[in-house]
Write a protein that binds this ligand. Structure first.
Ligand SMILES: [Zn+2]
Length: 326
């Protein structure tokens, strides 16, 4: 039996400055831009950690770099939970003194908390008003988000202001997801747009290749070893991040159907590896392509291009026996 699967190759030459963990990332163009500009620094020489959460402290540190603010006047802390030695301390004080941030209480800034999408909108709106450029003519038509009711009152005007500039937009289902956290990659996209750079999603080119590794089982002789019981979740291009994209977190393109894509926990991914074929009772054969966070006993099944029915899909939430196929 011969199986056709997709092997990925990048569509553009990788620049010398690229981080190893961002070479095939959907936000690669923005990541390259914000690091070339010196707005972001990597989490190490080799890594950008695109899928890690953007914290409030990080976000303000980047905003101060984008502004080019002279922080030497702000080398003290304005909040009890920010130490003057923290790398973002001067930036937070600068932002506070310029009415760009107000803190999470009178005394606290909560610098290690992830920054939410609606918080980003308010910070950027305050920032634009600080620059006196908040009355930029609206270029895009404002549409009310389906989850408008979830937007906090204090953020509502700012959310629609950012929508009108195209800096933060909704997902393909028309939702804004105001209280969702933001990854470093998503923040890189926002800061690129703030600088006038509206990059397309980085795409990887597919070439069809015959796989001959021993990971593809001969189903006639295949043996199945019970791995355990796993709760399934479903995702499609419509509810993926970025919405409309088939790219998984690792940058590979997900495939639906028999031998299609599943993502497993980091632990399972480390022990089984990409390309391992699983047999999921009630679903069929699926191939490990990527990992999700590290939620044990959960397997994410890719269901296709949409329209999104992931929340009502009969497979979603189901607990199934899962076998490793060899
Ligand atoms: Zn979906």
């Amino acid at each position: 039996m011969v199986l056709m699967v997709f092997i990925l190759a990048s569509s553009a030459a990788v620049s010398a400055k690229s981080f190893a963990d961002s070479e095939n990332h959907w936000a690669k163009y923005s990541i390259d831009f914000v690091t070339d500009e010196g707005y972001f620094v990597g989490t190490s020489d080799q890594t950008f950690s695109p899928n890690e959460k953007m914290t409030r402290g990080m976000f303000i540190a980047v905003l101060a770099r984008v502004n080019g603010a002279d922080l030497s006047y702000f080398n003290y802390s304005a909040f009890s939970d920010v130490r003057a030695t923290d790398y973002y301390s001067s930036a937070v004080t600068w932002a506070y003194q310029n009415d760009i941030v107000a803190g999470t209480s009178k005394e606290t800034f909560s610098p290690s908390q992830p920054v939410t999408r609606e918080q980003i909108c308010l910070i950027l709106s305050n920032y634009l008003h600080h620059l006196n450029s908040g009355d930029v003519a609206d270029e895009r038509e404002n549409k009310t988000f389906y989850d408008d009711y979830k937007i906090s009152k204090w953020a509502r005007d700012a959310v629609y202001e950012m929508q009108s500039y195209g800096y933060l937009v909704g997902d393909s289902n028309g939702c804004f997801r105001p209280t969702d956290n933001t990854t470093r990659a998503e923040a890189a996209v926002v800061f690129s747009r703030l600088s006038g750079q509206f990059f397309e999603t980085y795409k990887v080119v597919q070439t069809e290749t015959t796989v001959t590794t021993d990971k593809v089982p001969n189903l006639d002789k295949a043996s199945k070893t019970l791995l355990g019981s796993y709760r399934l979740t479903c995702y499609c291009a419509g509810c993926n991040t970025p919405s409309g994209s088939r790219a998984t977190a690792c940058g590979a393109l997900a495939t639906a159907g028999e031998f299609g894509t599943v993502a497993v926990s980091s632990d399972l991914y480390a022990s089984l590896g990409a390309g391992t074929v699983l047999y999921i009772e009630g679903v069929g054969y699926r191939t490990i392509q990527d990992k999700h966070g590290n939620t044990a006993n959960v397997i994410d099944v890719y269901t296709g291009d949409g329209p999104c029915t992931c929340w009502t899909n009969a497979m979603s939430g189901k607990i199934c026996n899962v076998y490793v196929v060899k």
